[in-house]
Design a protein around this ligand. Structure first.
Ligand SMILES: C[S@@+](CC[C@H](N)C(=O)[O-])C[C@H]1O[C@@H](n2cnc3c(N)ncnc32)[C@H](O)[C@@H]1O
Length: 354
């Protein structure tokens, strides 16, 4: 099941298949364009190499993708109820002011602050003439962001998630908050979004990118569904940028990330610089990124504290094995941030008008 490289430009940090292109000969069935991000010796650029995959390899890749998606769906089906019970409707980090003392009640405010800071970073907060009228929430959880954005902008929002439990709960919460005519949720894959091209003024992905096994396809879909002039906001977990003399992370760093991947249903990670390169190759405008790791530092210690309460502990035990496994991996996130391997990144850009 060897992969034959037709064009091997440089060794890559990550390789992601984009889509099958052409049928080839009898042994080698499909020629696949592979989006490849190179970071060797700081001559970093996003390139495209051609890889030839056998039918068997394609079947294996497809099976791996399905297994990952099933794991993600089951993980969130199982754990979303207890998260909502303890933490509320937002399933993402909070944005904290460094050096400030954090009280327990501040955590939900900090999650709202994360949304506000993200909008402001993308210059969407102040000028109401720029407010989006239509939003897609890619990897929507139980829809906290969508409902916030619908209320703030008066926009119509559609959210997608792999978890049927989340989609149902998100719709129920929208109805309960009188937003059913503005906001809706469905089960759909971010890598094959069920929307026409150019539909949304704001494409919002809050902590879902880390679950995507194919980053070029993920970003490609975000760009495809964005309207001309529309804004794309990606807030996501990344690994640190590689130094000029590095070709990959250190083995201990890879090991740490692998353990986190196994517990949270994540594929290979990429760096913020790699996201930026991807967006650059797609000719997007106003590309900006920032490392917000210092602003999220109080989050995981607080999640662990809430898990160690009687309510948290018994709820986790009742939820099932996937939730227990996820809870056990939480200290690894703290370690990853503390050692600088994990970065909490925001990346924003605008699709050109034409
Ligand atoms: C950590 S939760 C974030 C939820 C939400 N954005 C929030 O901030 O509350 C990750 C979400 O990404 C979704 N997700 C992961 N992979 C996905 C995919 N391929 N397609 C659609 N949703 C996906 C999960 O179902 C889950 O809803």
């Amino acid at each position: 099941m060897a992969t034959t490289r037709v064009s091997w430009l440089l060794r890559c940090t990550h390789t992601w298949s984009i889509q099958p292109q052409t049928l080839c000969n009898r042994n080698v069935t499909t020629l696949t364009t592979t989006g490849t991000i190179f970071s060797r010796r700081r001559t970093s650029y996003v390139g495209v190499s051609m890889a030839v995959k056998t039918k068997e390899e394609e079947i294996v890749l497809e099976e791996e993708k399905k297994k990952l998606q099933l794991g993600i769906a089951e993980f969130y089906d199982e754990s979303s109820g207890i998260w909502e019970d303890i933490w509320g409707e937002h399933m993402h980090h909070g944005f904290y002011h460094p050096d400030s003392t954090v009280s327990v009640s501040d955590h939900r405010d900090a999650q709202i602050r994360m949304i506000q800071q993200s909008l402001s970073f993308a210059s969407l907060s102040e000028d109401s003439t720029k407010w989006p009228k239509s939003v897609v929430d890619v990897g929507c959880g139980i829809g906290g962001s969508s409902r916030y954005l619908a209320k703030k902008f008066g926009a119509s929002c559609v959210g997608i998630t792999l978890s049927p439990v989340q989609a149902e709960r998100a719709n129920a919460l929208a109805a309960a908050q009188g937003l059913a005519d503005k906001v809706s949720f469905q089960v759909a894959d971010a890598l094959e979004q069920p929307f026409p091209d150019g539909q949304f003024d704001l494409v919002w992905s809050m902590e879902s990118g880390e679950h995507m096994p194919n980053k070029p396809k993920f970003v490609g879909e975000l760009v495809r569904v964005a309207a001309p002039g529309g804004t794309i906001i990606i807030v996501t977990w990344c690994h640190r940028d590689l130094r000029p003399d590095e070709e990959s992370l250190q083995p201990w760093e890879e090991n740490l990330l692998k353990k986190i991947c196994d517990s949270f249903y994540l594929p290979a990670w990429c760096s913020t610089a790699e996201y930026v390169k991807l967006l650059e190759t797609m000719s997007l405008q106003d590309i900006k990124s920032a490392d917000w790791s210092p602003f999220v530092a109080p989050f995981w210690p607080a999640v662990i504290r809430s898990a160690l309460t009687w309510k948290g502990f018994t709820s986790i035990l009742r939820s099932g094995l996937k939730t227990i496994k996820g809870a056990l991996a939480m200290p690894l996130m703290i370690e990853g941030f503390r050692k600088g391997v994990i970065k909490f990144a925001i990346i924003t850009c605008r699709k050109p008008e034409n």
